[in-house]
Design a protein around this ligand. Sequence first.
Ligand SMILES: [Zn+2]
Length: 171
Amino acid sequence: MSSNRTNGALLLPEQGLERVSVLTYVTDTFTLKGCKRRLYRDENERLVFYTGSRLRGVVVVSVILEPPRAWTRRKRYGVHVDPECTMAILRYLDQRGYQVNAVCHSHPFDDVPTPSGTDYELQRRLEAHGYTAVGMVFSRSAVRFFSHSMKFKVHVEGDDVKAAGDRVFLL
Ligand SMILES: [Zn+2]
């Protein structure tokens, strides 16, 4: 990379000032399959958080954080995590230099999952507070990545999961 000096001011080349406006969420087939196994340990919906590395617009979904049982209410159709618990997890990560990279939950269905109005509302609130965590909703056969209005891309490493349309991967 080259730079020029003019009147003592350091001028960065255009490239050096490039902004990353669209985040790419990177994960792998081991992580997705492991997440699915964990989400479907029983018949009730479950929610977990993911963190991991971030580097120049790449957000890695790799480290799982499961809210303690005492802070969650899980039913066949719905999971609720105490907001205090969510705040505690956000603080825990923040104190260690991490961010929440994804919020994942399960739906008790077999076909390709679609986020509910509640799912989009949680996502809207996260984005409104400046969090860049992507939503991931699972069914027993697939996972869909989604957001409220945040633009993003997805890369899944590994060939043993099939891409099936708009940010959907068959597991
Ligand atoms: Zn849902």
